[in-house]
Each structure stands twice: as structure tokens, then as C-alpha cells.
Design a protein around this ligand. Sequence first.
Ligand code: NAD
Ligand code: DAU
Length: 366
Amino acid sequence: MTKLLVTGGAGFIGSNFLHYWTKKYPSDQIIVLDSLTYSGVISNILPQIEKKLIHFVNGDICDKNFVKDLFKQYCFDKIIHFAAESHVDRSIHSPSKFIETNILGTYSLLSASLEMWENNFKGKVFHHISTDEVYGELNDNDPPFTEISAYAPNSLYAASKSSSDMLVRAYNKTYGLPTVISNCSNNYGPYQFPEKLIPLMIINILEGNVLPIYGNGSNIRDWLYVNDHCTAIDLILNSGKIGETYNVGGMSEITNLELVIDLCRKIDFKIDKNDELSKRFPNNLRVKGKSSETLIRYVTDRPGHDYRYAINPKKICTEMNFKPAINFEKGINFTIDWYLKNEKWWRAIMNGKHSDWIKKQYNENR
Ligand code: NAD
Ligand code: DAU
């Protein structure tokens, strides 16, 4: 039985990971540490808590004494560190939380791990979950990022994640702490907080709200279905080499504009086919006989907006046989269906304590 500490398990990727892991490894002991910030949604993992598949601890990764006490109580073998401030737009408006959580919080976990594992590193792993944004941006003809691409962060979010990656690297090189880092491209799927492009657009299309596209919509992202990211983490945790970095991506590049048009067409098609949906979403433009694409608005660009991300996942593919199982067409249909089935989930967020930021963005972009 492995004793796992999962930080940030109430967020988007963390909660999907917990669903994945508890199904595949039900006898592991899993402690989830999450301070339930605006993007931490406890209902994402309530069934796992109630079935005692995981034990939830409400706490801040920045609180080193608290983290050390948890270590003393549970003697973790492996740490999967998801907890972070994750939204680029928020990092532009208020960077300080990003510095605290992403840099100081990671430092706190690293130093607690080093102290508590006391140089007895056999069977121990600290897996740091990072992003492709640390490598900056690509132009159209540039080859995708590899593990040896230079770091060139452009947003405050990316700079804070880059700093945390550097700390993880230095703890490995200096003290021998058994770390691995994975840098992943854009994830999408169930439970993604509706400030991010895909869930925001799905909800706005259903509600007949405007669809704000930053700049001219030509920016490109490389999308990976979240379950495939969980598979990659599983592979790395079980057979990754200590001290190494692995890039994870979907080999699925698309411009933001193409993506939003695709969402409009897919949702309009579903509305046409299903009367019940028309009743549930009376403000959707298709219900009124128009196309949802007419809701697209080009708004002021994000400052420092990275043009293109793309990942070369050759290392994880060749060393560990990783292959994304869900292509974009399938994954985006699953995702739309999930948001249709889980209206209560996103309405609670839109109407609840988390909504101020989303409403402000929406009003600014009208
Ligand atoms: P998220 O914002 O949905 O979830 C973050 C979670 O961390 C939340 O549950 C939040 O409550 C928790 N948290 C924040 N600050 C904390 C603190 N100080 N102490 C304890 N818990 C805290 O983020 P996500 O999209 O699930 O991203 C998870 C990780 O994956 C992040 O490290 C992010 O950088 C990385 N990542 C995300 C993507 C993506 O496309 N979403 C891609 C690559 C890498
Ligand atoms: O690449 C991995 C990263 O992907 C993760 O590390 C981040 O945590 C995650 O948030 C994501 O960052 P992005 O900035 O790429 O994701 P976001 O969903 O915010 O935006 C995707 C693209 O869509 C980006 O080019 C900006 C654009 N966009 C976004 C929003 C919210 C719009 O055009 N309009 C919008 O309203």
C-alpha cells in the first residue's frame, strides 16, 4: 500500500486524478491537502471522501509546520503536487498569490519532504505537476517544446511555475531529493473551473452570452483530455526516472477561434436534436433560430499573450509507451456532454462565492 499526499486535489486536474487513482489503486492510502481557494470545489471529490477512499485535509501548502505535522502523522511515500494558482488572467491582475502559493508553497513542501524523509529516499517520489507555459511561446514554424527547450516564461503565472520547477530541480541536484517534473499542455474535461476557455465558452453558448475572444483568435493551444494527463502521471510516478522532466501533450493543436466555432456548432447541433435542451436553455441563440457563432466578440488581447504552445511528447511516448487515448473530437464531445449533464455543478459556481471574477470579466467584455 502506497501512502500518497495529493495537494490541490479539489481542483480540476487533482479531482480527475483522484477519480482515476482511487478506481485503479483502491487500496492506496491517499491524503488530500487543499485550502479550497476559489477554484477548489469539495463536491468534486465528495463521493471519494464519503467512501473513505481518500482523507481530506483543509490546509495551506505554504504552512510548513502544518505540512510537517501531516508528514509525521502519515509518513508519505509519494507526493503529487497539483496545488497552485492556475489562471493566467488572474496572475496579471494580482500576482502576489501566485508568488506565495506557486513558489513559496512549493518550497514549503520541498523543505518539509527533505526534513521528514531524512535522507531515506528509498521508494519515495516528489512529483511536481507543471506546465508547458514555462517554455514561453512558439511561432508557426517552430518545432514543439522538448524537455531541453529553454525556459522563457511570459506571464506571471508562467514565471511562478518556472520558479517552482527550478526549486524542484535544485532540491534534487543539491540534496538528492527524489523528484520528477512533468510539463503538460492545456487540459480540458470534466470539473474544469468555468473561467478557463472551454468551460467558459460552453456555458456562455448555452446561456446565449457573448463569447469573448482575446485578440484575433489566432493563438494556438495543444489540448489534452484530462484523463490522458492522469494516465501520464501514473506512468511517470511508477516508472519515471528520478531527477528527470517529462513533457506531456496531446499533439492536438487548434486556434482559439476554430475551437470556439467548433463548440458553437456542436452545441447548436445538440440543441437542434433535443427538445429538452431547448427548454432547459431558452436563452441559447439556436433556440431562437440563430447561430451561436454570432455571439463571438473580439476583445482586448491578454497582455503578454503567448501565441502558440505545442509539446513534443516523444520522451514519455518512447520510454513509457504513453499515447493519448482520447482524441480531441471525442474528448470535446465528452466534455460538452458533461457540462450539459452537470448544470447544477456549474450553476452553483456561477451563482456562488466564486462568481465575482467571472461576472467582472463578462461585464468588461460585453
Ligand atoms: P485549479 O485551479 O483547478 O486547482 C488548483 C487547486 O489547488 C484548487 O483545489 C485549490 O483550492 C488548490 N490550492 C490553491 N492554493 C493552495 C494552497 N496554498 N494550499 C493548498 N491548496 C491550494 O488548477 P488545475 O487546472 O487543476 O491545475 C493543477 C496543476 O496543474 C497546477 O499546478 C497547474 O499549474 C498545472 N497544470 C494545469 C494545466 C491546465 O490546463 N489546467 C496544464 C498543465 C499544468
Ligand atoms: O498550457 C497549460 C496551461 O493552460 C496551464 O498551465 C494553465 O493553468 C491553464 O489555465 C492554461 O492556460 P491558458 O492561458 O492557455 O488557458 P485559458 O483557458 O485561460 O486560455 C486558453 C486560450 O484562450 C488562451 O489563448 C487565451 C484564450 N482565451 C481565454 C479566455 C478565458 C480567450 O480568447 N477568451 C477567454 O475568455
